[in-house]
Design a protein around this ligand. Sequence first.
Ligand SMILES: [Zn+2]
Length: 333
Amino acid sequence: MVSFKELGLVNTREMFAKAIKGGYAIPAFNFNNMEQLQAIVKACAETKSPVILQVSKGARNYANQTLLRYMAQGAVEYAKELGWEHPQICLHLDHGDSFELCKSCVDFGFSSVMIDASSLPYEENIALTKKVVEYAHQYDVTVEAELGVLAGVEDEVSSAVSHYTKPEEVVDFATRTGCDSLAISIGTSHGAYKFTPEQCTRDPKTGKLVPPPLAFDVLDAIMEQLPGFPIVLHGSSSVPQEYVDMINQYGGKLPDAVGIPEEQLRKAAKSAVCKINIDSDSRLAFTAAVRKVFAEKPGEFDPRKYCGPARDLMEQLYKHKIINVLGSDGKAE
Ligand SMILES: [Zn+2]
């Protein structure tokens, strides 16, 4: 048994309370490798932004759970070395799908876990979430739950269609489970293809796809039911056109990739939405930078020469999100 406190990590309780009061959101960035983690820590240390490092099932399969945990521990030390005196770093399990997995993360030093039982019938979702909450809270580990279903594909989580969260269920769900935050479905979606062209309209001038707006009426109704309760948005990459263009320019093929417009996320961040998950955008930045090097310098074979530029571009992206979208800069001095 390792407590996250010994590792210098923090849970989400105070982070979220401050974010809701302050009208900003905490970035939740997924990481799978060293370059991504370096970019996240540098961006957050420089902007003094609290951050949630997320580990998904795909990341655990790819990089190994033990290694990822030690990397997060290393991230705290690295942040201090960069001059961030009191790093506010949370290590979070993304889309935990069983009690056993959540327990193993709690026991291993994670400071927050998500139990995603949203695909189960309502009562089973409550029962499983409650069981995880009861275990995690003994060790002061915070728990995110999910109600409603997001469309899209993220590692091994996928659904063809979304079902918006029902505002009339949230009080009952939050009260009976005791969860610390709630991931809701209001039209965000996993992956780089968040909407089919049929779901979008086309800008007559540019021919680009314009996605349907998020269901802010559903968000408002949820906030009315649960005033001040921390709300989480998954699948909130904006799929920046500049990266998609770079990828396509240098030999890639991502036709009609579309995300959530940043002005909508900006609006959400000012509300009770206090955690916004961004994963696909950093994958796009990484791929765009690597493709550019490969196209321009076909003789390059030193991974540091293409992973380095990828890291720089991801750092730029993370800073942009922190400062211009989430507003979390300067909130963890
Ligand atoms: Zn997700």
